[in-house]
Design a protein around this ligand. Structure first.
Ligand SMILES: Nc1ncnc2c1ncn2[C@@H]1O[C@H](COP(=O)(O)OP(=O)(O)OP(=O)(O)O)[C@@H](O)[C@H]1O
Length: 258
């Protein structure tokens, strides 16, 4: 059995202007330790899918199973990272990283050392006493990554975590995430609009389209790890990006025709 199984999942939101079918008949599986990215146009239901994986939204039909258990409510063994780092401005960097432990009433003393190690790993070892306002956007997102990892979740769910960053910082964050993957062996679902980012980071890339909001393509990314910045220069990398772009463009054409 796969670590994550998404089985014929639908999500229909009730709205003032009538129901919105955000996700229709989506099925896919993710193995333990895999990093899977989801690409697709705005509004195709990527965030909705991630929220359902996190147990923060209910499915309208179908089932999501993680590690053998059907997802019916938020789970403790999941780390979430969003586009906005959403750090608490009055807390130090270290206390922001420790915040989930505080909420879960865990042992702060033992986790303080782990928080310092995580901050060291993402290059923020000297910033543990700073407040979020004293950090750049990329640094804040690094803190958010440490916060998502502090309770050692097996699964990381990431919703466009680097899309608000400039191109150079984004590349740096991709490299940092690759390093984290190498070191901590998590399972990951990553939402992005960047084809290149998806290919650099992932073991598999899924493409979703609208009307209906479903998965139309599932491509395995064959590059060995560890991966470096030069991966993006290779012919094979660019050929995979082209294939994914063609799937996304075909979806756009179908949308326009509908
Ligand atoms: N709480 C909600 N109530 C009603 N409709 C919603 C709700 N959340 C999302 N939707 C609608 O569901 C559809 C899918 O939205 P979702 O945010 O999941 O798409 P997305 O692919 O993540 O978009 P983006 O790439 O722009 O973030 C959209 O039409 C959106 O307007």
């Amino acid at each position: 059995m796969s670590y994550i199984s998404v089985d014929r999942v639908f999500k229909i939101y009730g709205g003032r202007q009538g129901p919105v079918e955000a996700v229709s008949n989506v099925s896919f599986a993710v193995e333990a330790g895999e990093f899977v990215s989801i690409l697709g146009p705005s509004g195709c239901g990527k965030s909705t899918l991630l929220m359902m994986l996190a147990g923060l939204e209910a499915t309208t039909a179908g089932a999501i199973t993680i590690d053998g258990r059907t997802v019916t409510s938020p789970r403790r063994d999941v780390g979430l990272i969003f586009q906005d780092a959403t750090l608490l401005p009055w807390l130090s960097v270290l206390d922001n990283v420790l915040f989930p432990i505080r909420i879960m009433k865990g042992d702060l003393a033992t986790h303080r050392q782990k928080a310092r190690e995580l901050l060291d790993m993402v290059g923020l070892g000297d910033f543990h006493a700073h407040k979020p306002a004293q950090l750049s956007g990329g640094m804040r997102q690094r803190v958010a990554i440490c916060r998502a990892l502090i309770h050692d979740p097996h699964l990381l769910l990431m919703d466009e975590p680097f899309s608000a960053l400039d191109a150079i910082t984004r590349d740096d964050m991709n490299m940092a995430l690759l390093e984290i993957w190498q070191r901590y062996h998590k399972t990951g679902v990553f939402i992005t609009h960047s084809i290149r980012e998806a290919v650099v980071l992932s073991d598999r890339v899924l493409v979703m389209t609208r009307r209906p909001s479903t998965v139309v393509c599932d491509i395995r990314i064959p590059f060995a790890r560890p991966r470096g910045r030069d991966l993006g220069e290779t012919l094979e990398f660019n050929a995979i990006c082209r294939t994914l772009r063609e799937h996304i463009e075909a979806g756009h054409r179908r949308d326009r025709a509908a």
